[in-house]
Design a protein around this ligand. Structure first.
Ligand code: DGY
Length: 323
């Protein structure tokens, strides 16, 4: 029987590509060039499965391709706000994602940003590299202590809880959180975490705020000027979730005027574009969407897409179906 034809939109780690080509008639993207709208549409006309990733915009326009051959979008990534889910459903496409396998690495990166922003690590590194350092002195680059402070977690899903565990058990931080979905109460008890009735309550109490909610119409610009204004003056905002959860303009203003003390960002509203103002600020740590970027995790994400495809083409329910 002919193997299902699958088209991958970006280069994957070698091990995952090897497994994909063993199981499927796979077209890889060897030069890793982003696909255009027309190329994505052509993929949907030519393949049984298209495997996009979080930087591909799978819009209603893309999904209007005719005649549509694809039956499944096996997305490489946990977030799926880059796919117009309603349009995919309307076209009868199954959509899957890759949860769980990136939880630890994304949480590790949130802690990296938190520590870097608090301890001025990026600034310090630039100081050394530019040969500006003149030696130890009692008032040099004084920063913010992390141990024992209050961490506010917005969105207590898998990644939010993994960050809370690191912060609480590793750094003795007190955890306050707001979330919309139910969370395992045994985990909350083990963290001694306090649930807040609103995001605003979290913002008022926290020394550090880490965002872990998905992008959705409800969370668009959740961190706007008025909510940033509720944060403590010395507080630091960490975003490893999605760029448009934060109003970049409002954040620039809050950082410039000292409404908050700093930020650690891995995601941006218009990424890969980053607001020029951020580039010029010393109190912001900027990373290029690296949350899941370890070899172990990126291979596991590819294998997770393959698990979903294998189940789908065997006539079973894909384990990570989101639509
Ligand atoms: C995701 O998977 O949604 C991340 O943003 C990239 O790993």
């Amino acid at each position: 029987m002919a193997r299902p034809k699958v088209i991958v939109t970006r280069a994957w780690p070698e091990e995952a590509e090897r497994r994909l080509t063993e199981l499927f008639d796979a077209t890889l993207n060897r030069d890793d060039r982003p696909m255009t709208v027309a190329e994505l549409q052509q993929a949907l006309r030519a393949a049984d499965a298209v495997l996009p990733t979080v930087s591909d915009k799978v819009t209603a326009e893309v999904l209007s391709a005719e005649p549509l051959k694809a039956r499944i979008l096996g997305s490489f990534g946990v977030g799926f706000n880059h796919i117009d889910i309603a349009a995919a459903k309307a076209r009868g496409l199954v959509v899957t994602n890759t949860p769980e396998v990136l939880t630890d690495c994304t949480a590790d990166l949130a802690m990296t940003l938190l520590l870097m922003a608090a301890r001025r690590a990026g600034e310090g590194e630039r100081h050394v590299r530019t040969k500006s350092w003149t030696g130890w002195r009692p008032t040099h680059m004084m920063a913010t202590k992390v141990t024992g402070k209050v961490l506010g977690v917005v969105g207590m899903g898998r990644i939010g809880r993994a960050v809370a565990r690191r912060a609480h058990h590793g750094f003795g931080m007190k955890i306050v959180y707001h979330t919309v979905d139910p969370v395992p109460q045994d985990e909350i008890r083990a963290l001694g975490a306090t649930q807040c009735a609103s995001v605003e309550d979290v913002l008022r109490q926290a020394d550090f705020v880490s965002l872990h909610c998905p992008a959705s119409p409800e969370t668009y610009h959740l961190m706007n000027a008025s909510r940033l204004g509720l944060m403590k003056r010395g507080a630091i905002l960490i975003n490893t979730a999605r760029g448009d959860v934060v109003d970049d303009k409002a954040l620039v203003e809050a950082l410039k005027t000292g409404i908050i003390a700093g930020a650690g960002l891995d995601v941006y509203e218009r990424e890969p574009l980053v607001a020029d103002e951020f580039l010029a600020m010393e109190n912001v740590v900027l990373l290029p969407h690296l949350g899941s970027a370890t070899s172990e995790t990126r291979v596991a994400m590819g294998l997770r897409v393959i698990d979903n495809l294998s189940a789908f083409f065997a006539g079973k329910a894909p384990p990570d179906r989101v639509a």
